[in-house]
Design a protein around this ligand. Structure first.
Ligand SMILES: [Zn+2]
Ligand SMILES: [Zn+2]
Length: 99
């Protein structure tokens, strides 16, 4: 008897390999929960890491004519403010005499 039976060979592996670390994962998604978290975290960290540089550059460039940057804390303050919240006192224009 040489009836050819469609023999199911080794069916698909039960567990996929985690695309993050390459190890076999036993979770349904095929990705280790901690690996998925790590991957998501890495993406998020990249996203965050790029932000501060752009923001700090913007704060310097964004000084409007009615604004000035406090030399002490680098914060933008309205030009009419005499004292910065950080305690720095802005030099008073000579046109305004203080007595
Ligand atoms: Zn993994
Ligand atoms: Zn200040």
């Amino acid at each position: 008897m040489s009836a050819k039976k469609p023999q199911p060979l080794i069916s698909r592996p039960k567990h996929d390999r985690c695309p993050v670390c390459g190890e076999i994962s036993y979770s349904q998604t095929g990705v280790h929960p901690q690996c998925a978290m790590r991957q998501a975290d890495a993406k998020r960290m990249k996203h965050i890491a790029r932000k501060p540089a752009a923001a700090s550059r913007k704060s310097v460039d964004a000084a409007k004519p009615w604004q000035r940057i406090c030399p002490k804390c680098k914060a933008l303050q309205h030009i009419r403010k005499k004292v910065c919240p950080c305690g720095h006192t802005f030099p008073v224009p000579s046109t305004v005499s203080q007595r």
